[in-house]
Design a protein around this ligand. Structure first.
Ligand code: PRP
Ligand code: URA
Length: 207
């Protein structure tokens, strides 16, 4: 598994705003959007491009476009806050959705929806979820993708815990992971420490 920490000054500043308990829902969402831009920028660095001819107002020249825009899959709820930014940068991409809620007693994910193409053979997929804690949710989501034939998954997250990274590594799934930070550990409630709290609640309010 390839692991990249996007350790950029703007990423640190936005992550700090997200961590700060005084940050309100709107400011949290804005910081996550900015951080997502940086994550997408790094994760798309090596995507294949194809050339095609264009004409400027002055002359003919060579244009470029992504050869195969990745499928974007936000993990609901919290990944929704990353979806629009990723889609703006990858406007030709299709989007699928996976809905998971972590059971806060067992810490295992409970699936409530999946809207994905039948076949993902030959497709690159970008999975969006701000939090990689125990790793249970991402293993579940990425397994849904490999069951459909996907062999190339890129996970974008704001924060990762060492425990979750280990679980993804041990899963043997075909993954690249881009994260804004690797935090210290999980606490007894499987929350990331120092973390930022509940990423869904911080964006949308506790429901
Ligand atoms: C959060 C987060 C991840 C998951 C991470 O979602 O967005 O999906 O927890 O935890 P894990 O790595 O231990 O599985 P949650 O289940 O709280 O749902 P929400 O996005 O609806 O708030
Ligand atoms: N889910 C969150 O939203 N935050 C954590 O710290 C762990 C799981």
């Amino acid at each position: 598994m390839q692991l990249t920490v996007v350790d950029h000054p703007i990423a640190r500043a936005r992550l700090t705003r997200m961590r700060d308990e005084r940050t309100d829902n709107a400011a949290f969402r804005a910081a996550l959007r900015d951080l997502t831009e940086l994550l997408v920028f790094e994760a798309t660095r090596e995507l294949a491009v194809e050339e095609y001819p264009i004409t400027t107002p002055v002359t003919g020249t060579t244009g470029y476009r992504l050869a195969a825009p990745p499928l974007i899959v936000p993990v609901l709820r919290a990944g929704l806050g990353m979806a629009d930014t990723a889609h703006s940068l990858l406007p030709e991409s299709q989007m699928g959705f996976v809905g998971l809620a972590r059971n806060e007693t067992t810490f295992e994910p409970e699936a409530y929806m999946a809207s994905l193409p039948e076949s993902l053979v030959g497709r690159e997929v970008f999975v969006l979820d701000p939090m990689l804690a125990t790793g249970g949710s991402l293993v579940h989501c990425c397994t849904l993708l490999t069951e459909r034939g996907c062999t190339s998954i890129t996970v974008l997250c704001a924060l990762a815990a060492p425990e979750g990274i280990r679980r993804l590594e041990e899963s043997g799934l075909p993954l690249r992971v881009f994260t804004g930070s690797i935090d210290e550990e999980l606490n007894d409630n499987a929350y990331i420490v120092p973390g930022l709290g509940d990423a869904g609640d911080r964006q949308f309010g506790a429901v």
